[in-house]
Design a protein. Structure first.
Length: 150
């Protein structure tokens, strides 16, 4: 007669595997019973009070509400007020290279230096001359244009 193919060790492993499967099914059923899935709609709602805090109670309708106009809400940087300033500025030529045709003008009020090209000059000017000029945005910053000797 042939020996049985099922040994003691194989039987024990099979018992453990079946017990594990049974435990898994029990846990699954327990989770299903205790879950809130598909619960009450009211439980899912959240409310925000006037201070921006989240709560589970609805706001009190007896509290007086503030009326805020949408136009008064500013997002980002506030708009600058229009300040009329004279477009013609005064300054002094700090440096000028005749051979290359460019130089720098130092403004009297802010002491900022601005690039000037010979094409932006109305009068012929030299280093140290006092001048009037306008500003124009260039590729690398502000450039002086319409430069006139004072």
């Amino acid at each position: 007669m042939a020996k049985s193919q099922e040994t003691f060790n194989k039987k024990e492993k099979e018992k453990k595997r079946l017990k594990k499967r049974q435990d898994k099914l029990l846990k699954k059923q327990e989770r299903k019973e205790n879950s809130n899935k598909g619960g009450d709609f009211e439980d899912m709602l959240a409310y925000v009070d006037e201070y921006g805090n989240i709560s589970d109670t609805p706001p009190d309708p007896t509290v007086k509400k503030k009326v805020i106009k949408a136009e008064n809400i500013e997002l980002g940087v506030p708009k600058r007020e229009a300040v009329e300033e004279d477009p013609i500025k005064k300054g002094k030529i700090e440096f000028f290279n005749d051979s290359k045709g460019y130089g720098f003008i130092k403004e009297n009020e802010t002491n900022e230096k601005y690039f000037v090209h010979i094409n932006g000059m109305v009068d012929e000017c030299l280093e140290g001359d006092k001048v009037e000029f306008e500003l124009e945005r260039g590729m690398k910053g502000m450039n002086a244009v319409n430069v006139k000797k004072v």
